[in-house]
Write a protein that binds this ligand. Sequence first.
Ligand code: NDP
Length: 332
Amino acid sequence: LPDDEKLGVAMVGLGSLSTNQIAPALQKTKRCKLAAIVSGTAAKREKWSKQYDLAPEHIYTYETFDKIAEDETVDIIYVVLPNGMHCEYTVRAAKAGKHVFCEKPMAISSVECRQMIDACEKAERLLGIGYRCQFEPHHRRCIELAESKTFGDIKGITGGFGFKIGDPTQWRLNKKLAGGGPLMDVGIYALQACRYLTGLEPELITATQTKTDPVKFAEVEETLSWTMKMGDVNCSLMTTYAFNGINNFHAYCDNGNFGLDPAFNYSGIKGKSSKGPIEFEQVDHFAAELDHFAECISNGTELRVPGETGLQDLLIMEAIFKAADSGLAIKP
Ligand code: NDP
């Protein structure tokens, strides 16, 4: 699209993801452009305004954020804040009359997710959630293999995502800002994969957790394993902040199997099936999901990942926490 037909995106929270992934992706999108920034850090506001040639009237702080309502260059507000701030800024963005794209996890509770959906419905604006893997060709191929029953019905899925977390003072270990530990942060990718591969929802959930460092993980989980019965599919998954290396899913079917490992990185995804490797060109996940969101706004087509998808994941994660705490099998 010519530049003046592209939708303007305002980024809220200029942390690691915004700086290293989303801003570069915005330079590659066909339908979006960076139009404004919202940041609490003066040095970042200065650096970004120079780097991306943004005039002072498109630079906001959290205090001046609501004035963005009058900024006609902004069509979409992209919330890239710590999880515990997603709800507040999504609701404020909707009240400012803008479409909202919100990073995963959508929020830190299902109650918040419902407030976000309501606010966007009331404002008649779209709400999209940043599940980038749904726009990635290896994942799309796996969804096709599942839907076409190439290897027959899926009977079991294993998978997980985790990493060894560093700095003990970061917001990811703070319950109020993170909502939970590795499940909210990265385990959610494995949970999502089970849902988009099977098209089914969990009926029964069990979970166990281990904690080897109760000081560092005073507020959130350290390692969590869970199972989900989804129709006749048995899923067994793990997430952790204690070790590196787990980053995959595999689906076992009547007549074969398929999966990705690594599955959830920004690039370098590798897949295999009983018929051979699953190979595609690597794409920019963030550019792909933003272009899809812009296309839905412009053409009125259906969102692949609406707020309802994020809400459902929060309901499932709440059930996983309940199962881990109680030791019981929980119906979400
Ligand atoms: P960072 O900590 O790197 O950045 C968060 C930014 O939020 C900060 O730099 C800061 O920006 C702003 N902020 C405002 N208030 C606070 C506060 N109280 N504490 C900390 N930061 C604050 O986080 P990430 O960029 O890694 O993650 C941001 C969001 O993106 C999360 O929801 C995360 O789950 C999601 N994410 C998604 C990924 C994906 O693949 N889809 C990958 C990584 C993260 P400023 O100084 O500009 O105000």
